[in-house]
Design a protein around this ligand. Structure first.
Ligand SMILES: Nc1nc2c(c(=O)[nH]1)N[C@H]1C(S)=C(S)[C@@H](COP(=O)(O)OP(=O)(O)OC[C@H]3O[C@@H](n4cnc5c(=O)[nH]c(N)nc54)[C@H](O)[C@@H]3O)O[C@H]1N2
Ligand SMILES: Nc1nc2c(c(=O)[nH]1)N[C@H]1C(S)=C(S)[C@@H](COP(=O)(O)OP(=O)(O)OC[C@H]3O[C@@H](n4cnc5c(=O)[nH]c(N)nc54)[C@H](O)[C@@H]3O)O[C@H]1N2
Ligand code: SF4
Ligand SMILES: [Mo]
Length: 690
């Protein structure tokens, strides 16, 4: 009889919930993975995709050895090679490119395939710093929301989402909680059981909207008009907190003037929400307290997403909702961890690196005027062939014969198909990591449960091996690291250093305690009220208000009537499937929903206008590309709005492309923001064959 052990870990997915799990290992093989019952938010339940995580770990399609391309780019034909050969080849090619064109000719591309602090990029970041590579702004998700909230509150520290249980009004604003943040749902239900009123503000009647009492189907991108109208009503009806405004805010007069001059009828027209409903919501929000707003990233993927997120952040700042425990704005909690942990700071003598926003990958890889051009691309934790907007250009860039591409992956993704060299990565149960969260305040330790499968290696080891083979010092520009970091520091050493922080939120949280207890809540005081218990981190310590104006984005029916005449439908590309996580799992037949293919959701009115029925295969198209998909009719959408889920791989359509072939690659906010994914105009017709 072999040995059976239980190993505690936590989920690595780019998901607010960071669940904690227990892996049963028999004789070195993981045989069971279950949500930990005692973890305060996981409560014994994972999600439909991760319940089957062991299938992912042991999947026959796992990449288990380094591979070198043998066929043309895109075809995905490779031969296995040894790690020695792979590292020698990669180091030689990267060093040659550095010598000829400078480090800036090398571009990293990574995202949140794992959000564990170590495997996400602690060693990789040092590596690219040492190379002097171009830098990638990892801004596809959350940064526009961050900027908008920061405009109002300085460091945008939000309410602890667990405190939503105390709220009596909860507005889920552009977030599909039941799907994307499911472990918050019991908290929402607990508040409801205590009498809380829950409102969803979303253009779509989502799975979340259909579970609450009130859904306001706002027109896409019109939220600033809604916020102004709410403030208009609250001001008119004497519901603003004058003392709070006088003591805690700057710029309220400008905001109130802007709200007062916006006629309610105009707001109703822009938002599609009747005046009486706006008046009802304003009264509910101002008087039925504690009043909390929960948001993640839904409204940010727009040209003026920063204004929308800023407008939302102004609401608790004019009603003083922050005063009440359980009131205020609950957004990503990642900033708590970033503030508390001892993250490496930039080397004082680090030269500036050329920066590119990851949403512009297609343009960057195909720009003939770039000096130096990108000659090598090193991808880990990301699937850019699927996740970036303007997919045709991304693929054209990846297909360049003069681009040397390394992809560190677990599976043969669409991006891997274009790699010159593929390096096999471990999964979460095969490596050590420290788990942060963006939906709660618990830090977790992910212990490896099994040895790496095949020859897979953790990202951290791969970048260490590359650095050594390239002869890189541990700091930038040929310098040693300023903080003592070396390529010999192992993952445990790095975690211990992260925990070595004097920040009060890390008081009492040590490596030993994490090893024993597996998770610890950051030492944030219970019922902490950001912005009240601590002043907002703005220049004057007050919430910053300003005049707001609803402006349509460039690629919207109001922003471009000429374009909308050709492409009258607004396309949303949300996270859709319980069984997908971003671009992960959609390649597994066992994870696919019934019907097994992507389908466009269209309002029956728009289908009828085009003579389309559910039996049709349709082509969705605009100037950037086209896709053939199935059709589903739904009055969960507004007329004029269509939705096509994000996450499917190229093979899911006859064009060999997925939904980002259509999406808008515009990057707002001086190249700092996220992509305007949801401001995409398309039209749809029946396929010639259909
Ligand atoms: N149209 C449209 N596009 C979107 C979005 C949308 O809503 N609509 N959403 C955007 C958003 S919010 C996000 S966050 C991005 C997500 O974009 P990504 O972060 O790229 O997507 P994921 O599928 O989560 O992860 C990418 C890859 O990481 C790999 N991976 C996981 N763990 C590891 C590891 O330990 N090591 C290595 N080397 N690889 C690992 C997985 O196998 C997976 O293929 O997509 C964006 N793109
Ligand atoms: N099951 C599952 N869970 C996930 C993911 C996944 O892929 N699958 N991905 C994870 C990641 S990376 C992220 S970033 C989060 C995202 O979590 P969320 O922010 O909750 O999800 P999204 O689907 O991006 O957007 C939420 C809603 O915003 C709405 N929306 C779009 N435009 C507007 C607008 O102009 N105004 C308003 N008010 N609403 C608008 C959309 O209709 C959508 O229902 O989810 C995470 N959780
Ligand atoms: S993806 Fe999210 S909900 Fe699912 S197990 Fe991981 S952290 Fe939990
Ligand atoms: Mo995201």
């Amino acid at each position: 009889m072999g040995e059976s052990i239980l190993v505690r870990g936590s989920c690595h997915h780019d998901c607010p919930d960071t669940c904690v799990w227990d892996v049963t290992v028999d004789d070195g093989r993981a045989v069971r993975l279950r949500g930990n019952r005692d973890h305060p938010t996981t409560r014994g339940e994972l999600c439909p995709k991760v319940n089957r995580y062991l299938e992912r770990v042991y999947h026959p399609d796992r990449l288990l050895t380094p591979l070198r391309r043998v066929g043309p780019k895109g075809e995905g034909r490779f031969e296995p090679i040894s790690w020695d050969e792979a590292i020698t080849e990669a180091a030689g090619r990267l060093n040659a490119i550095r010598a000829e064109s400078g480090g800036a000719a090398i571009l990293p591309f990574s995202f949140d395939g794992t959000q564990g602090v170590i495997q996400k990029g602690l060693v990789a970041d040092r590596f690219f710093d040492a190379v002097g590579a171009s830098d990638i702004r990892r801004h596809l998700c959350g940064v526009t929301a961050w900027l908008g909230a920061a405009d109002v509150t300085g460091q945008p520290v939000g309410l602890d989402p667990e405190d939503l249980a105390l709220a009596r009004t909860i507005i889920l604003w552009g977030t599909n909680t039941y799907l994307t943040n499911r472990h918050l749902w019991p908290t929402i239900e607990a508040a409801r059981a205590q009498g809380a009123t829950v409102v969803v503000i979303d253009p779509v009647r989502t799975i979340t909207a259909s579970r609450v009492d009130h859904h306001l189907a706002v027109r896409p991108g019109s939220d600033v008009a809604l916020v102004l109208a709410l403030i208009h009503v609250m001001d008119r009806d004497g519901l603003l907190d004058e003392t709070w405004i006088a003591e805690r805010t700057t710029g309220a007069d400008e905001l109130r003037r802007a709200a007062a001059v916006q006629p309610l009828a105009e707001a109703a027209d822009s938002t599609g929400i009747p005046v009486e409903r706006i008046e009802w919501l304003a009264h509910l929000y101002a008087t039925n307290r504690p009043a909390a707003i929960r948001t993640l990233v839904g409204p940010e993927h727009r040209q003026r997403g920063r204004d929308i997120m800023g407008a939302i952040a102004m609401l608790p700042a004019v009603t003083g909702a922050w005063r009440d425990p359980g009131g205020g704005l609950a957004r990503s909690t990642q900033i708590y961890f970033e503030t508390a942990l001892n993250y490496p700071v930039p080397h004082p003598d680090a030269p500036d690196r050329r920066q590119f926003n990851m949403a512009r990958l297609g343009q960057v890889l195909t720009d003939p005027g770039l000096d130096p051009p990108i000659r090598a691309l090193v991808v880990h934790n990301a699937n850019p062939a699927v996740i970036c907007p303007d997919q045709n250009r991304v693929v054209a860039g990846l297909a360049r014969h003069d681009l040397y591409t390394i992809v560190v992956e677990q599976f043969a993704t669409d991006t891997v198909a274009y790699a010159d060299l593929v390096l096999p990565a471990t999964t979460q149960i095969e490596h050590l990591d420290l788990g942060i969260a963006w939906g709660h305040l618990y830090l977790s330790l992910n212990q490896p449960a099994i040895s790496p499968r095949g020859q897979a290696r953790p990202n951290s080891e791969i970048f260490r091996a590359l650095a050594r083979a390239m002869g890189l010092p541990a700091g930038p520009a040929g310098l040693p690291a300023a903080d003592g970091f070396t390529w010999d520091d192992d993952d445990e050493t790095l975690i211990r250093r992260l925990l070595d922080s004097s920040h009060p939120w890390l008081t009492g949280i040590t490596w030993d305690r994490l090893q024993k207890e597996s998770w610890c809540r950051l030492a944030v005081p219970d019922r902490y009220r950001p912005g009240v218990d601590t002043a907002p981190a703005t220049a004057d310590g007050r919430f910053q208000l300003r005049a707001l104006r609803h402006q349509p984005g460039a690629e919207t029916p109001d922003g471009s009537p000429e374009l909308a005449a050709r492409y009258p439908l607004v396309l949303l590309t949300p996270k859709h499937h319980l069984r997908f996580h971003n671009a992960s799992y959609s390649d597994f037949p066992e994870h696919q929903p019934s019907g097994n293919a992507p389908r466009l959701l269209l309002h029956p009115v728009d289908a009828a206008a085009r003579g389309l029925t559910i039996a049709d295969q349709v082509v969705v198209f605009n100037d950037r590309g086209s896709l053939t998909v199935g059709l589903e009719l739904s009055d969960d959408l507004q007329p004029g709005v269509a939705a096509l889920p994000f996450g499917w791989w190229h093979r899911a359509t006859p064009e060999g492309r997925s939904v980002n072939v259509l999406t808008n690659p515009a990057v707002p906010d001086d190249d700092l923001g996220s992509a305007a994914f949801h401001e995409t105009l398309v039209d749809v017709r029946r396929t010639a064959a259909g």
